[in-house]
Design a protein around this ligand. Sequence first.
Ligand code: PDD
Length: 283
Amino acid sequence: MSRIAYVNGAYVPMSDAYVHIEDRGYQFADGVYEGITVASGKLIDLEPHLDRLERSLRELQIAMPMGRRAMTFVFKETVRRNRLANAFLYIQVTRGVAKRDHPFPANSSSTLVVTARRLDLAAVKSRASIGINVSSQPDIRWGRCDVKSISLLPNILAKQAAREAGGFEAVMYDKDGYVTEGSSTNIWMVTKDGTLVTRSTDDNILPGITRATLMQMAKDLQMQVETRAFKVEEAKSAAEMFLTSSTSCTMPIVKFDDTVIGGGTPGPAATRLAEAYWAYIEG
Ligand code: PDD
C-alpha cells in the first residue's frame, strides 16, 4: 500500500505529494514542525503538541493554516488512511509560497503538510532495555531554540558527528560547557542522591512534550526533580543519564563519550520512569 500524505487540502499518494519550489520552507527554512507519536491509534499528548505548534507559529507570525479541530481531524485522517496503529506523525507548516525575498510576503497562505510513517515501538522498547551511547557535540544553534523551527542544520550536523563517533545521539553543550539538549531530544541526569536534573525550558532549549509529561510522572512518583543547567563533566559523573523525546520515549544513556554511566546498564530511576511512560502510552 502506498503511503498517503496530506498536502494543502488533499490526501495524496507520497509519489504525488509536492510543494512549490518557491515555498519559503524550501528556500528559507521559514516554517515550523511538530512530531507526534501515535500508539495503538492514540495521538500521544495531542493538546500540548497543538499548543506548542500554535506558539511556534505565533512567535514567527505565521498564520495557523486551520483551526485546532480541523487540524486534529487531518492528523487522525492521515493516520487512518495510512492504516497505522503505531506511527510517527509529522506536521510541517511554512509561511507559504512567494517570490524569493527575505521580508514576510504581503499575502501568502501557510503551507500544511502532514505525513505518517510506521513507528516500531517494540524496537524502541528493546533499545531502552539496553541503553544507548551518546556523544558530546558543541551547540552551534541560534538564540530561539524554544521555537520548533524546521531550520535544523546544526542539529543534523551534531547528530551526524555523534553517529560517526559511535553515539546514537548528540548531547550538545554551550560555550561554557553546559549541556543544552540532544540534537532531537531533551537530556536528563540523575545525581547520586537520586535527584532528576534537567535544564530549564527558559534557557534556550525546546520545551519537549515528553519532558513535561515525564516531569509530572516523576513528581507523581515522589521523585525529586531539579530544573537547572549542568556541565558535561557533572553528567559524566552522574549516577544515571537518560533522554526523552516523542520517538525515543524514555531512553537510558549508558555511555557518554568514553565514560561508562551507571555501570553500563539502565539505572533504577530511568527504568522506573520508562515503565511509567510505557504504561501511559500503551494504557
Ligand atoms: N524532536 N529537543 C529537540 C531539539 C527536538 O527536536 C525534540 C523533538 C525534543 C523532544 O521534544 P518532544 O518530547 O516534544 O518530542 C527536544 C523530534 C522528535 C524530531 O525532531 O523528530
